[in-house]
Write a protein that binds this ligand. Structure first.
Ligand SMILES: *Cc1c(COP(=O)(O)O)cnc(C)c1O
Length: 376
């Protein structure tokens, strides 16, 4: 069986051990004679799967009892509506603020605008360059000390890793300290969740769709500070109300049983493989190898400010853009799949999440070196 390196930004590679376990459980889960795909969500079997997944994730994050974990449907973009519907009214007036650092935070902002008075308080290109499809502006993160929330604003949302633009920002402690006391931070960590240690204690909510580092599509993981629950707008669908999800253990209605099960397997795999700290050092090493190589030549270009270069999504382009299609085609011939950049920015992108081993990154670098030798 041929297995290729999948550099896709999502859905992305799952660890082989996880795939193997799935292949067994799809036919017969835990010697019950039942497939994991048709386990009832109110059964004792799912109770076991759910509780184990939750406690493994708690352990991985070292999560304090102030926070709960909710598994919600609707993906990362669904979260862009779930958050305002639950939180924008927390201070009585429907107001929230955003930091824009790229494609995803901008999209989150646009969605939130449907629910109240939403404003951009800092950005790295939006106001200077309205065209959000331009690769140029989103190459740094706005100056932290200047970031404030407006009077009465319930939360300040940003994206900790811009999956498309390759801008990663995790030092949010200063921002947490400088915003108004009645506002909390909301972080879209869809693409760097579990890839490095994140300061969840400084936030109100962290969310991440599962299909990057925490499983398959169909479920979004929310880490919610418990005291923020119970503020949903009347228009919020019952299935998306934090309160219903919290009291129903993410089972107000039928949850994505299979997706939660896969997330549970990924959490177990992470615990067996050294946890989040170990992932952080792996990802640092993998990304360093790739950036060091790119910086050593002018043939490949990554324009992101070195202090916020993503460790997991590495966009780059060829000095000669005309070679991009050939680069992709030849990469596929060597088993290096899905390195085309997002349709909105073009170029190339290597997503090297937790499940991508160092060998995969080395194969990519060797290929890039060969390609440059031939065409450079
Ligand atoms: C992938 C991604 C999303 C969108 O996720 P969907 O599940 O496709 O809606 C949102 N934000 C970020 C940062 C992402 O990487």
């Amino acid at each position: 069986m041929a297995r290729f390196w999948n550099f896709s930004a999502g859905p992305s590679m799952l660890p082989y051990d996880v795939l193997n376990q799935i292949s067994i459980d799809v036919l017969d889960w835990n010697s019950t004679g039942i497939s994991v795909t048709d386990i009832n969500h109110r059964s004792k079997y799912f109770e076991i799967i759910y509780n184990q997944a939750e406690s493994d994730l708690r352990a991985l994050l070292g999560l304090s009892s102030d926070y709960c974990i909710l598994f919600i449907q609707g993906g990362g973009q669904g979260a862009n509506a779930v958050v305002p519907m639950n939180m924008i009214g927390m201070n009585g007036i429907n107001r929230a603020d955003f930091i824009i650092s790229g494609y995803w935070s901008y999209k989150s902002y646009l969605e939130a605008c449907k629910y109240g008075d939403v404003s951009i308080v800092a950005d790295n290109g939006y106001t200077t360059k309205i065209d959000c499809n331009d690769y140029g502006p989103y190459t740094w993160f706005p100056e932290n000390k200047s970031i404030k929330t407006r009077e009465g604003s319930s939360y300040l949302q940003f994206c900790s890793n811009e999956t498309i633009n390759g801008v990663e920002f995790v030092d949010w402690g200063d921002i947490a300290n400088s915003i108004n006391k009645d506002a909390v931070l909301v972080v879209d960590a869809s693409s760097n969740f579990l890839t490095r240690v994140l300061d969840i204690d400084d936030t109100g909510v962290v969310f991440a769709c599962a299909q990057k580092n925490a499983g398959i599509s169909g479920v979004t993981i929310f880490i919610v500070r418990k005291d923020l629950i119970g503020n949903a707008l009347n228009i919020c669908p019952s299935i998306f109300d934090y309160m219903n999800l919290f009291h129903g253990h993410s089972r107000y209605n039928t949850p994505p049983v299979f997706a939660i099960y896969v997330s549970g397997l990924v959490f177990k795999w992470l615990r067996r493989n050294g946890g989040v700290k170990k992932m952080e050092s792996n990802n640092l090493e993998k990304s360093r190898m790739l950036y060091d190589f790119m910086d050593s030549t002018s043939f490949y270009i990554n324009k992101i400010h070195p202090s916020v270069r993503s460790r997991v999504n590495i966009p780059f382009h060829l000095k000669n853009d005309l070679l991009t299609n050939i680069f992709i085609e030849k990469a596929e011939n060597r088993g290096l799949m899905n390195i085309r950049g997002h349709r909105s920015v073009g170029g190339l992108r290597a997503s090297i999440y937790n499940a991508m081993p160092i060998d995969g990154v080395m194969d990519l670098i060797n290929y890039m070196r060969d390609f440059e030798c031939y065409y450079g």
